[in-house]
Design a protein. Sequence first.
Lengths: 107, 402
Amino acid sequence: MPNITFLNPDGSRQTFYIAEGVSVMQGAVANGVGGIVGECGGNAMCATCHVYVDGSQVASFPPMSANEDALLDGTASDRKPNSRLSCQILVTEAVGGLVVELPERQI
Amino acid sequence: MTQHGQLASSHPISSIDPFSPEFLADPYPFHHELREAGAVVWLERYSTWTVARYDDVHRTLNDWQTFCSNRGVGMSDFAKEKPWRPPSLVLEKDPPDHDRTRSVLNKVLSPAVMKTLRERFARAAEAKADELIEIGEFDAIVELAQGFPLSVFPDAVGMRKDGREHLLPYAGAVFNAFGPDNDLRRNAIERAAPHISWIAEQCQRQNLALDGLGAKIFAAADAGEIAMEEAPVLVRSLLSAGLDTTVNGFGAAIFCLGRFPDQWAKLHANPSLARAAFEEGIRFESPVQTFFRTTTKPVSLGGVQMDEGSKVLMLLASANRDPRKWENPDSYDIERRTSGHVGFGSGIHICVGQLLARLEGEVMLSALASKVRSIEITGEPKRAFNNTLRGLESLPVAIKAK
């Protein structure tokens, strides 16, 4: 099972093994990661599962949809070049070892 | 043996009527019975299928190719009956038509737009809380659940000041019309004419303020994203789906916080839980109880074979309390992780105004949590009956300032 590491704004980190096929948001919610909200349940509506993806990894991801791009303009914490919505990142072997930084706020 | 024109496959059959007064008054024992009966149950009263478990409701919502919306999301099949009003360009459409109009509404109601509304809504919520504290004892449905959304939503859309009393009866008729041809639906449609004509007027460009959400829809038509004649029909979606739903969302939250003082105490101690308290109210009460889909082809779900053209009733409220999905589903817990509830639907038709609803819920409950010490229910709550919406007609309460 691929592992994903969540880096909290206070510097603490949590690593979880997450089943392939679910989204990083779903994996975070199921493991009680407080810094991911996921209000809309993974429908790419609410921008409350915002993450900053480790710079060396972000380039290898599939490109974001126009919808995700637009949603990222409305995030509660500042958008950065490595911003993504974690509901749109599917957990696969290829993303194993992924490190995502959580923003200060989701709402 | 019940005759219903289906091939002989073994499936549970129920005589429950999900639109009867008994069901609408207290749906929970019926939900339980239908969830336990099987993944898919045949409702012989209406010759329609129903799904009551979370996984099956979620799957149905997320497979528009098989479970379509363009034959209507109520019991009436648009392939067989003329719709009672021109169909919605989002709710009652499937891709590709759906995506063009939906993406306009996504932009009009986006997180970025919510940021521009937040301060204004928060100020209005503070004012409403102060006003309610001043009154002390009042009907929480009229003064709060209706009063607050009515004080912010029509202005945000950019509606005219006169005639706003048509909004709630119009929405009530729309949601009653998703049900079967029963008294609720017949009465609502019979009385709808004046509301329909006011709504149609209000959807026209010249009746919308230049800086509101309605005007943004017309701007999208100017930009060629939708046809000009589609713009008023999309504005209609804001008017029919944007108010009564939120009213019942507020009613749910206040009814819960009044009934469960330990949860109110948590919120009072930590007003930052306001948004979560509103959301959990949506899961717990499910203001929108049901929607239908229609099968586009023969499909097997939970081992049951359904024909093409079958209506499928999705019991959203039952899914939101399915113990297969939720721990202690019948308790209102504002610290619960509610992500994944289907109170706003799921999939491509998920409520496009959910961010607006949450914003309203958050700022209002937050203002109450900071300014009010206690909310006490002081009289018998009276239920409002609607084929689709669950909520109260009146809820007498008394509040005390902090």
